[in-house]
Design a protein around this ligand. Structure first.
Ligand SMILES: Cc1ncc(COP(=O)(O)O)c(C=O)c1O
Length: 402
């Protein structure tokens, strides 16, 4: 038998030659070993999945044979999404809703739709890796902007690029509870971003999987509530219901939907009718408000416990974000601390894991002294214990370099 060809011998497309397994997934695999207390992944708490009412909804839709058929986007789900968007402060109609197989597919479809091969993208220097991945096949020229850990993406830096004649295929904004930084875009910057988009006629892709998971009282309007011309909104059921559904949505100008449908069809023909119907039935069953309130209460508590533990156990030189919502806290350690090396030590000595900041960097070398902590997937007791253990190793590490 001939030996199978190595990846290097395989005649794959040029853009794939530099592809490595996602650093993030690799790290999550390492940190998911038994006995490791992991703050690494971005997973919701499995004990909070609404399994019983969802099972009832699923059983109900399975009685209908066409639930297992190919089928168009489900009108009943679009109606429910319009209701969710109203909770988010956005007024829209079912004609503006485009069902996706998760927000990640929404990003992929919009990137294929908006970005030319070799085109230009303005992107935050530290940003969700899935947003970086969808760009890769187009081999774009990426211009980076910094992010302020209190006020969010540096919109003035974007304006400076645009005023200098640069054009981005779209402007990508995780407006609420940024992944990985945990920061929300300030009210002023939201308005500035909308103004820049309109002035230079550049679409904004607002990626908002955490928008309904805000734990503070003050609610800020998403960009889509401020503008319905240039903002295309991406929503997801992954964090508010369950990621295994692989279900999300877009709110987009209706005139674009026929073309977006063709682009989506290239990838998966359509989103699962079964899952759409089950989600719509679950949402119509009346269980969702209570479920969402429980998520907000529990995740809000876990966030508070983690923030308190950071204050109690991390050295004075460390700085971290205070997220209004979502699942992540970003920690900055003094320059000179290498969090990739630190991860090896914390796993070996304390069996605690996190994601080193460089995994999210667009420009290699950035975020080396930073780390992302997830607070949604560990109980309050484990959070307190794990942060105390992490704090010990970090204290020793800083002691060595200072
Ligand atoms: C900012 C952001 N966008 C998109 C996604 C992907 O969401 P989905 O599971 O709906 O594809 C995630 C998942 O973690 C995310 O953090």
């Amino acid at each position: 038998m001939n030996p199978s060809p190595s990846p290097a011998q395989f005649p794959s497309a040029n853009w794939t030659h530099g592809l490595k397994r996602s650093v993030l997934r690799q790290m999550i695999a390492v940190t998911a070993q038994p006995g490791i207390l992991s703050f690494a992944g971005g997973l919701p708490a499995p004990e909070l999945f609404p399994r019983e009412p969802f099972a009832e909804a699923m059983a109900q839709v399975l009685r209908e044979p066409l639930s297992l058929q190919y089928g168009p986007p489900q009108a009943a789900l679009k109606e429910q999404i319009v209701g969710l968007m109203a909770q988010r402060g956005v007024s829209c109609t079912p004609e503006q809703i485009f069902i996706t197989t998760g927000a990640q597919q929404g990003l992929d479809v919009l990137t294929r739709f908006l970005l030319n091969p070799g085109g230009t993208m303005i992107l935050e220097n530290i940003v969700y890796t899935g947003a970086q991945q969808v760009l890769a096949p187009f081999q774009p020229r990426i211009l980076t902007v910094p992010t302020d850990l209190q006020a969010g993406m540096d919109v003035k830096a974007i304006e400076a690029y645009l005023a200098g004649g640069e054009r981005s295929a779209y402007l990508y904004s995780i407006t609420e509870a940024h992944n990985p930084l945990g920061v929300s875009l300030s009210h002023t910057r939201r308005h500035q971003l909308i103004e820049a988009a309109a002035q230079y006629a550049i679409p904004i892709v607002e990626d908002d999987p955490y928008g309904l998971l805000v734990y503070d009282d003050e609610l800020l309007p998403p960009l889509r509530a401020l503008d319905d011309q240039w903002v295309i909104y991406l929503g997801s059921f992954s964090k508010i219901l369950a990621p295994a559904l692989r279900l999300g949505w877009m709110v987009a100008p209706p005139a674009l939907l026929p073309q977006l449908t063709v682009v989506k069809e290239m990838g998966d023909l359509e989103s699962s009718v079964l899952i759409q119907r089950a989600a719509a039935t679950f949402l119509a069953s009346g269980h969702f408000p209570e479920h969402l309130a429980r998520l907000r209460q529990e995740y809000g508590h876990r966030r508070d416990v983690m923030l308190q533990a950071l204050a109690d156990y991390f050295p004075a030189e460390a700085r971290w974000t205070r997220p209004r919502g979502g699942m992540f806290i970003w920690v900055e350690l003094p320059d000179g601390v290498d969090t990739a090396a630190l991860l090896e030590t914390t796993i070996a000595q304390e069996k605690v894991a996190f994601i080193p900041g460089h995994a999210f960097a667009v420009e290699p070398g950035c975020g080396r002294n930073c780390l992302r902590l997830n607070f949604s997937n560990a109980t309050a007791e484990k959070i307190e214990d794990g942060i105390a253990r992490l704090g010990r190793v970090i204290g020793e590490e800083i002691g060595k370099i200072c």
